[in-house]
Design a protein around this ligand. Sequence first.
Ligand SMILES: Nc1ncnc2c1ncn2[C@@H]1O[C@H](COP(=O)(O)OP(=O)(O)OP(=O)(O)O)[C@@H](O)[C@H]1O
Length: 237
Amino acid sequence: MTEPVLNLKGVVAGYGDTTVLHGLDLTVAQGERLAIIGRNGVGKTTLLATVMGLTRLHSGTICTNGQDVSGLAAHRRVSAGLGLVPQTRDIFPSLSVEENLIAGLREDARLEEAYELFPRLADRRTNGGGQLSGGEQQMLAIARTLLGRPSLLMLDEPLEGLAPVICDMLMETFERIAADGKHTVLLVEQHTELALEFAERVVILDAGEIVEDANTEELRRDPTRIERHVGVGMGAT
Ligand SMILES: Nc1ncnc2c1ncn2[C@@H]1O[C@H](COP(=O)(O)OP(=O)(O)OP(=O)(O)O)[C@@H](O)[C@H]1O
C-alpha cells in the first residue's frame, strides 16, 4: 500500500510555551487536492509551519511518505519531500530571479523547468527579486519550491493581494501541478469559493482544531457546515 504523503497524529504545537494547534490528526493521500480554510488566526499558517518544522512541536508525530520527520530540521524535511510556499514568499530581493531559483535547485532538477512553468520568469531572469511585481514574486516562490522536488506542495494563501488575472493564471497552474502525477497539493486559502473550486477535499480549522474534514461536494450540499466556521456566504472572509 502507498504511504500517505502526510500523516499527522495528535499534533500539539505552537510558539514557545504557547499552544496554537490542539491535537490534530490528518492524513493526506498521494495525489489528493486538499484545501485548508478557516477564519483569520485559527492556525492555518501554524499548521503548515509545523509540518515544515518551523514551530515548537509539543507532542504528536509528523510523517511524510512513511518517514517520521517530527525531529528533523526544516532543510531535512525539504529533502524528505515537503515543500512550502510561505505567505511571505521569502524572495531574496538582492539576488536575481535565476539566483533565487538556484537557491532551491535540487541536483536532479533543471532551471528550465521553472521557466517552462512560468515563461514570465525567463523574461525576468536577470532582474533582482526586489524588482518583481507581487505576481512575479509569487511565481518565483512557487517555482523555487518546485525545484526542490517536493512530493507535497503546500501553498499558504498564494493569491493574497494579487490582481484577478494573475489569480486566474495561478489557479490554472495549480491545476496543472496537481494533475501532473508527481505532486500532492495542499492549498491554504482565505477565499472559500476558490478553495472549493480547486480542492476535492476540504479541512476546516477553528481555534486550532479540525472541525470539518470532508469531500468538497458533500460540503457544497450543506453550506451551513462551512458557514458556521468560516462566515456567511462562503465568499472571501
Ligand atoms: N511567530 C508567532 N509567535 C507567536 N504567536 C504566533 C506567531 N505566529 C502566529 N501566532 C499566533 O498563532 C495563532 C494562529 O496564527 P496563524 O497565523 O497560524 O493563523 P492563520 O489561520 O494562518 O491566520 P491568517 O489567515 O491571518 O494567516 C494566532 O493567535 C497568532 O497570533
